[in-house]
Structures are given as C-alpha cells and as structure tokens.
Design a protein around this ligand. Structure first.
Ligand SMILES: Cc1ncc(COP(=O)(O)O)c(C=O)c1O
Length: 464
C-alpha cells in the first residue's frame, strides 16, 4: 500500500459563508488520511476497497504526479499535497480545477500576481526576440534594468545573479574584496561577518554560513568560518564586535521573513550604520524578501531612513523568473575587477525585460501607496478578527508582509486554510502564519482571506 495522499474537499472561496471546519466533507470516493500537520507529504495508496467509486481521472493524475515526484526528485521539499496548474491575478488553480486565493505568492515572488498582462507582454516580446547571450556580450535589457535600479536606490552599480542566495554569495565576495583592497598588503584585512538570530540568507555555502538556523547548517559543515551570530536588535553586542575591526560586513534583514516577520527597530539599524562607519565595516541589507514594494516602500530600509553599503534583492524582481541582484556603492563596486565573479545565466535579456516590467509597475508611487493602505487595512482586520483568540499572540509586520504568531504550531491552520482554498505560509519556528500576498491583491480578497483564517482558527483548539 503505498500511495495515498492528503487531498481535500472543501473550498469556501466558492461558498465562503457556509464554511466551518467541522463541516469538512470528504467525498465517499476519497478515503484519505487527515491533512498532515507539517508539510511532509505522507504518500500512501488510497484504500483499495472495490466498493468505493474510483477517483476521478484528474484526482488520479494528481496522485500520480505526487508519487512520481517522490521517485524522481531529490527529496528536499516537504510539499503541500496540491498540484497547481494555472494562475491568474491572486488566484491559483490545481489540476482538478479547484481555486485557491494565493497569499503566499510563490514565497513572496509573484508581486504582480499570476499572468500580469504587462509582465506577459514583456516576456513574450523578449522571448520572441532574444532570450540569452551570456555575459560575454552586452545586451540592452540588462543595462536598462541596472539603470533603473541605480536611479531608484542608494546604489551606484548592480551585479546580477539568479537567486537570493547567489546575491548574498556575491555580496560576501565583494565585501572581502573591498576590505582586501582597502588594507595595505601588510595588514590583515577584516574578513569576518556578523549575522543575527532568526536570519535567513540562503542555502549555498557562504550564505548558509550566514543563516542562523543550525539545523540548516550542521549537516554540511564546515561552512565558511568567521561568522558570529548576535541577537537581532542587540545594539551593544553588535557595536562592540564591529569595533574590534575584524568585521568585513554585517548582514541584516530590515524585516526578517523566514525568521518569523520580525522588523528591526530604527535604533538598531542606525547603531549598525554608525558602528560600521566608525570601524570601516560594510553594512549589507538583505532585502530579498522584504524589498521591492512589499512594505509599501520600494526598499524596506526607506521606512527607517537608514541606508546600506550593499543591498541584495531577488524574489519578486522578475515576477517569477529567476533573478537576484547586488546593489552596491561605487567605493565597493570599484574594487571588483574582471573575473572576480560571474554567472553564465544572470542578467539575461529575457529575465531583465521581465524585471523592467515589474520594477516599472512597483516603483510607481501610487502602487506603493496602495500596498501601504492595503497592508494597514489587513493588519487591522486581522487584529480585530483574530486578536481575541487565545492562540493568537501577535499580529505583526507592515505593508503586505504580515505574521500571525501563535502559541502552537501554525501548520494545522495553514493546512486547513489550504483545504479551504487559501494559501498562506509558515515562518519562524513553525508557530507563525506568514502572509505575503501578491501586491496587487484587492480589499475584497483580503476580506475573504481574513474570513477563512477566522473560520479555520477553531481547529487550533483541536490540535493543541
Ligand atoms: C531574506 C532572504 N535572503 C535570501 C534568501 C534566499 O533566496 P533564494 O531562495 O532565492 O536563494 C531568502 C529566501 O527565502 C530570503 O528570504
């Protein structure tokens, strides 16, 4: 018996007012186990009871895909048991035709939602013209995108990568190169780094070394040495360590996403800026998740009025195509020479054309103002609707990056929401519901999301 999967049956997006978790109805032809509390898909065969009607062709296909995935893909992902097949705006559809309201955005990627017409136009036009040339040659979209990023930020120059972890990897190298160039041959340049509790900077060996969760690092040690983790917000400890002169760069997320939606204080970022300036260390803001309009500011650090020496970007920049970027000041970029770093794919005409379409839309002041407004509305709504539940400890974040901290695991709630047609994520130590919707989401869709969350919340009493 080896294949059965957790599927579900109720989608209150279709019948929102009738939903109640206790009324989940599993159709007779689906004898599946209850949804797992974590996202580890436990694949077992449907009960082979010949008295039960056969699964529909599409349901069988979904099971087949999940079983095949298990056989042919390296098992790094604890996927939710849903096979998605299309999307439009904030809606996603699975291969059985069920509709989901997407407040996960492919982990904060699909800022313009799915199939945005301007994005689609840019991508199809460019794909019809020129997709990839490598960085041996010049191409127009790469330079145009870099010009826009420079014009809209503190930075003087841009280096493109294919992902967030690669952007951080590049920033690590640039920090080391800058420090080596700034110190005479006789001096030992500062080569160490500071990162903070609950931070996430990526999975490749350098970025992994900067990622606080030991569980991610320990199977792969030794990672890059010379990283000290300090408490996020601990001004004294950070200032003291930066002042030793050993630190090449401090990596910090102005708002921690994976870590549980924790926002830095202005005092903390200000203190890091001052200490780095005094000691000659670089300040790197990782805005892979919180940047590009998610907070209602184009760059999250604009909310604080504190500026970095380098900033890393990725997730939403190309609206779903793989991209990352390091934005750097001239004094750093000027120390990086031919051959110091590179990438075959990064900055391709296709990806950069997509990113231009995204950036042009997101950087519009009216668009950013709408993100702030919707974020404030949704946070207040969540506080009003969910705040009275004893399991809800805090609703935090700003703009459209919001965390609901629970006193129990968030997975049962996330699973129940998904079964009810709402996609949200977990974060932190698994006790935070992370909400990072497409930035184009409507107020009505936010109302629906809040209602589903509220309806599913009683489930926590059963699971705790
Ligand atoms: C703040 C932050 N930095 C870096 C990364 C790594 O990005 P990627 O998964 O594109 O490598 C992530 C991914 O979640 C992130 O949230």
């Amino acid at each position: 018996m080896s294949s059965s999967i957790h599927l579900f049956s109720v989608n209150p997006l279709l019948k929102p007012t009738n939903f109640s978790h206790s009324r989940y109805s599993i159709p007779q032809n689906r004898q599946f186990s209850a949804p797992s509390a974590c996202l580890n898909v436990d694949v077992r065969a449907p009960d082979s009871d010949s008295s039960k009607p056969a699964l529909s062709e599409k349901a069988s296909r979904a099971i087949e895909i999940m079983e095949e995935e298990k056989r042919v893909l390296v098992g790094t992902y604890a996927r939710a048991p849903v096979v998605l097949s299309s999307g439009n705006g904030c809606k996603l559809y699975d291969i059985e035709g069920r509709e989901y309201l997407d407040l996960s955005s492919g982990i904060a990627v699909n800022a313009l939602g799915h199939a945005d017409p301007d994005w689609l136009r840019a991508v199809t036009l460019q794909a019809n013209t020129l997709t990839h040339v490598s960085n041996i040659y010049y191409s127009v979209p790469q330079v145009e995108l870099a010009k826009r990023l420079v014009a809209s930020s503190f930075a003087d120059r841009v280096f493109f990568t294919n992902s967030g972890t690669e952007a951080n990897e590049a920033a690590i190298k640039f920090a080391r190169k800058f420090q080596r160039s700034s110190h005479s041959n006789k001096e030992q340049p500062p080569v160490e780094f500071i990162a903070f509790s609950n931070c996430f900077h990526g999975r490749t060996m350098g970025a992994l070394a900067l990622t606080s969760k030991e569980h991610y690092r320990s199977p792969f040690e030794p990672v890059m040495p010379g990283v000290t983790f300090l408490e996020y917000g601990d001004i004294q400890a950070a200032t003291k360590l930066i002042h030793t002169g050993k630190i090449a760069a401090v990596f910090v997320e102005p708002i921690q996403g994976e870590g549980g939606i924790y926002s830095a204080t202005k005092e903390f970022l200000e203190a890091l800026r001052t200490a780095c300036d005094t000691a000659g260390a670089l300040l790197v803001f990782d805005e892979v998740q919180c940047g590009l309009g998610r907070t209602g500011y184009l760059w999250a650090h604009e909310a604080y009025g504190i500026y970095p020496d380098m900033m890393t970007l990725a997730k939403p920049l190309a609206g779903g195509l793989p991209i990352g970027a390091v934005l750097a000041c001239e004094r750093i970029a000027g120390t990086v020479n031919f051959g110091d770093h590179g990438s075959t794919f990064a900055g391709s005409p296709l990806v950069c054309s997509a990113a231009i379409a995204v950036l042009d839309k997101i950087s519009d002041p009216g668009f950013l103002a709408s993100v702030s407004k919707k974020g404030q509305y949704f946070k207040e709504l969540l506080v009003k609707k969910l705040g009275g539940n004893p399991h809800v400890k805090e609703v935090r974040g700003f703009g459209l990056i919001i965390g609901i901290e629970l006193d129990v695991s968030a997975s049962p709630l996330v699973d129940a929401c998904r079964q009810s047609g709402l996609l949200v994520l977990t974060a932190g130590k698994g006790n935070v519901v992370r909400i990072v919707p497409p930035l184009i989401i409507s107020q009505e869709e936010l109302d629906t999301a809040a209602r589903i969350l509220l309806d599913c919340l009683p489930l926590l009493d059963e699971s705790s």
